[in-house]
Ligand binder design. Structure first.
Ligand code: MN
Length: 282
């Protein structure tokens, strides 16, 4: 499959995302990545390089190291291989929001024929990333049948499941290692580099959890910029702040704080890539 759907959804005059092309890799290793994407909803885009493109699934809750957790993974359009390095801000249009490169590495199929496994809806593979390692499976719900014919969602609903091995565990990896493997930054750091002017009037996510999260991130990014400039918060950002009435914003903020109070005892050798944090946790 090529990149028609990917291109049709985007206006490359307005988005910093790469237009990309189908590139057959000359490397024996296959690339994989996970991009944490705060758009209308927070989700994790799980991408496996295959046949010159990145096969892509949107995982709302993100990957789990717990073999009992079956994470919903919606199959989405193939992305260019080049997209696998993308981190930044999509100012408007499709996918408007912030993209963080959350994990990268290589993947190895545990099956002889990837094409057949995809058709069957049961792809087993091994990941070698910074955060995600070991054996995993992507399985299409409704499994053995050609789902496009039998299910109303066109066979787009899959589950991402960790297999039981030495890399499985109780650590909530999305919470334990929330930051970028590319920049070591969080969403606000990525946003502080490049806040789209259009967001002061048309923020990509206004309501719900994602809207509240984004409001907080915009405020933090503004503070980072203000600190850097040694000046007061620019009025453009002040306008984007949540109002006092916005209780969801408060709830989301407290939620994040309290969840951090939990002590993480198990340190997956895969997790922190930076020396600083490794020293702290070991
Ligand atoms: Mn996405």
């Amino acid at each position: 499959m090529a990149l028609e759907e990917y291109r049709r959804k985007r206006d490359f005059k307005k988005t910093p995302e790469p237009e990309g092309k189908v590139v057959q890799s000359k490397q024996p290793e296959r690339f994989f990545c996970v991009q944490k994407h705060l758009a209308s909803h927070l989700h994790y885009d799980f991408r496996l390089e295959h046949n010159g493109v990145l096969l892509s699934w949107a995982v709302p809750k993100g990957p789990s190291l717990d073999p009992k957790a079956k994470r919903l993974a919606m199959k989405v359009e193939d992305h260019p291989v080049e997209y696998g390095q993308f981190e930044g801000v999509i100012p408007e249009g499709y996918g408007a929001g912030i993209v963080m490169l959350w994990d990268v590495g290589t993947w190895t199929p545990e099956v002889a024929d990837v094409e057949a496994a995809l058709k069957k809806g049961d792809l087993k593979f091994t990941l070698t990333g910074y955060k995600l390692k070991g054996s995993w499976v992507l399985v299409r719900t409704g499994g053995r049948y050609p789902a496009a014919r039998t299910s109303p969602d066109g066979g787009r609903t899959w589950l991402l499941i960790k297999h039981r091995d030495q890399w499985a565990g109780d650590v909530d990896i999305t919470e334990f290692a929330p930051k970028s493997v590319k920049s070591d930054g969080d969403f606000e750091n990525i946003l502080a580099e490049d806040v789209p002017a259009v967001w002061t009037s048309h923020r990509p996510a206004k309501g719900g959890d994602a809207g509240a999260m984004l409001a907080t991130i915009i405020e933090r990014a503004a503070n980072l910029k203000a600190d850097r400039a040694g000046a007061a918060t620019p009025p453009a950002f002040a306008a984007a702040r949540p109002t006092k009435k916005d209780t969801t914003a408060k709830k989301a903020t407290t939620g994040t704080r309290s969840s951090k109070a939990r002590t993480v005892k198990t340190v997956p050798a895969a997790a922190p890539s930076k020396k600083r944090s490794t020293r702290k946790t070991q």
